[in-house]
Design a protein around this ligand. Structure first.
Ligand SMILES: [Zn+2]
Length: 296
């Protein structure tokens, strides 16, 4: 199962609080396939979510919805309310009878914070998805109806979330790209276990990045030391060949010999070998002068 499906399974395994059922059912219907006098129907590949909606319709309205299985390649589940009377009753309850229920949001359905969260959870069960955090940090709601996008965005922001909006293949997509923002979303909709899992992955990824950075930095320093000592040795050999080495002032000659005898040693080690006669920067300065002389 995908991470997204796992999250939905976690959501459906919980019992929605009495006051929140009405709001959760609204979130599921509003973003579902059809929510109007012509019909109320809802399609998903998630069997748990379909059963969840059926239960919500029954506990809120005593409506017995039909769940039918279809799909060719993979199974799909269609939840539908068939009786025109039931449809009318549901629309009246949501104060959407006689208007186009899909075009606007009735916020009086979720006044309390817990009910707002239930509404967002309902929407997530229909059109939400979240990537496996091992691969990517991405969560989204793909909204079929663009008219609801701005309103929905406002609901999410009012609940302290940080969504962004874009358009993809004619659909408005409300998305989250940042690990912390996705963690907040999962917590708000009640997927606590998966929110924790995401947090763990984030901590692990952070640690790995830090370790890599430190390693790269160490490697960089070693490379610099090796390159500098090679340059110095080449310079000294060049001076030797031209006979100029013996004419160097004693303090430079001494540094050159030290380097030749210990070709691999870093400067700090050379200083120790020389009985701390030089400071690190003093020795560095002398070796630089030798390189400059060889290049003249
Ligand atoms: Zn509530």
């Amino acid at each position: 199962m995908s991470f997204s499906q796992d999250v939905k399974t976690e959501l459906c395994s919980q019992r929605t609080a009495g006051c929140c059922r009405y709001a959760e059912c609204y979130g599921m219907l509003l973003f579902g396939r059809s929510f109007s006098m012509e019909g109320i129907s809802w399609l998903s590949s998630d069997k748990n979510a379909a059963e969840h909606l059926k239960n919500l319709l029954y506990s809120n309205f005593s409506v017995v919805a039909t769940v039918s299985e279809g799909g060719v390649k993979k199974p799909t589940y269609l939840v539908s309310v068939d009786s025109p009377n039931d449809i009318k009753r549901i629309l009246i309850k949501y104060d959407r009878y006689g208007t186009d229920a899909n075009l606007s949001l009735n916020r009086s359905v979720f006044v309390k914070e817990c009910c707002t969260e239930a509404f967002i959870r309902g929407a997530f069960l229909v059109c939400g998805s979240v990537s496996d955090p091992e691969n990517d940090f991405h969560a989204e709601f793909a909204l079929k109806n663009p008219d609801l996008a701005e309103d929905f965005l406002e609901v999410l922001r009012a609940r302290g979330l940080n969504p962004k909006l874009s358009t993809r293949a004619g659909k408005k997509v409300v998305y989250f790209k940042n690990g912390v923002d996705i963690e907040d979303l999962l917590t708000v909709i009640g997927a606590t276990m998966h929110s924790l899992e995401l947090m763990n992955v984030q901590i692990y990824k952070d640690m790995r990045n830090k370790t890599n950075r430190i390693k790269n930095c160490d490697n960089g320093n070693i490379a610099k030391t090796v390159k500098a000592s090679m340059e110095q040795r080449e310079a000294i050999e060049k001076l030797q060949k031209s006979g100029a080495l013996n004419t160097l002032p004693p303090e430079l000659y001494e540094a050159a010999m030290l380097r030749l005898e210990h070709p691999e040693a870093p400067l700090s080690e050379l200083c120790v070998i020389a009985g701390n006669k030089f400071t690190r920067s003093g020795l560095n300065h002398r070796l630089k002068r030798i390189v400059d002389l060889a290049n003249m």
